[in-house]
Design a protein around this ligand. Structure first.
Ligand code: PGA
Length: 260
């Protein structure tokens, strides 16, 4: 795991967007794993800017989103379908037929989840998966206790997640209780993982993910098992890390290492 602490949210977002753009420039038909939430917005804004001003091309790209609320139709302003359309897809040239977001309204969740897993495989697997982290240490909606080999499935959200997300809904009782989410095992199969975290309310979850034991109590700690995971943090999200000096040392020295 590579931990990169950036001086600000903006700098962190630009660094992560550049990483995605580099992958796309090397492989124009890359499969991108998308995340929702407030954290990746800066990355999406920068990718949109690169598309408009530098011609970054998404024409051959396929995308898979991590999760969706159960029970929200795609036009609902808090659905992740809506979020992705508003914040990313309507600004770039991903072909609509290449966009995959879990359905929150299927009549058969089990078979939908199996189909979603199969689509990821049929599209060649995810090249780079963007991730946020919940204050309870979740990735996607893999709440504490989720198996580290879990696959796409319907999940009951933790109370803390429902509380965290209540800010987006008119009434707390409007927040969905269930979601459909890629599993930790699904996420670990992506070739590269890029996790972003910002703000002091994520600092404990970040410390547990990076420096704590690998445990289903912090599903983000599964990133320790991945051969190519990068964690981009701003100063406040990094504030509880004990090995901070080492991460900064690596950031300075790694660019000068012999080519591998
Ligand atoms: P946030 O959500 O980016 O809105 O903080 C992250 C998450 O819960 O995964």
């Amino acid at each position: 795991m590579e931990v990169v602490v950036m001086p600000s949210y903006e700098a962190m977002s630009l660094a992560a967007a550049k990483l995605v753009a580099d992958i796309l420039n090397a492989k124009p038909n890359a499969v991108l794993g998308m995340a929702t939430g407030s954290t990746p917005l800066g990355v999406y804004q920068e990718l949109v800017r690169m598309h408009r001003e530098e011609g970054l091309d998404f024409a051959q790209v396929t995308t898979f989103n991590l999760d969706e609320y159960v029970g929200l139709p795609r036009q609902h302003t808090q659905s992740y379908h809506y979020f992705m359309h508003e914040n990313f897809f309507r600004h770039v040239n991903v072909s609509p037929g290449n966009i995959y977001i879990p359905s929150g309204t299927t009549s058969n969740y089990r078979s939908f989840c199996d189909w979603y897993e199969q689509r990821i495989k049929d599209c060649g697997g995810i090249d780079v998966q963007i991730l946020g982290i919940g204050s309870d240490g979740h990735i996607a909606f893999n709440e504490p206790g989720s198996s580290l080999s879990s696959r796409t499935r319907l999940k009951t959200l933790a109370k803390s997640t429902i509380d965290d997300n209540a800010r987006f809904f008119d009434r707390p009782s409007d927040v969905p209780i269930y979601a459909i989410t890629m599993g930790v095992g699904t996420i670990l199969e992506a070739r590269q993982l890029v996790l972003l975290a910002t703000g002091a309310n994520k600092s404990q979850a970040v410390a547990a993910m990076v420096e704590g034991p690998v445990t289903s109590m912090t599903t983000a700690s599964a990133l320790q098992l991945h051969p190519s995971a990068q964690v981009f943090l701003d100063e406040s999200a990094a504030s509880e890390l004990k090995m901070r000096e080492y991460y900064d040392w690596v950031k300075i020295k790694k660019p000068h290492a012999p080519p591998v």
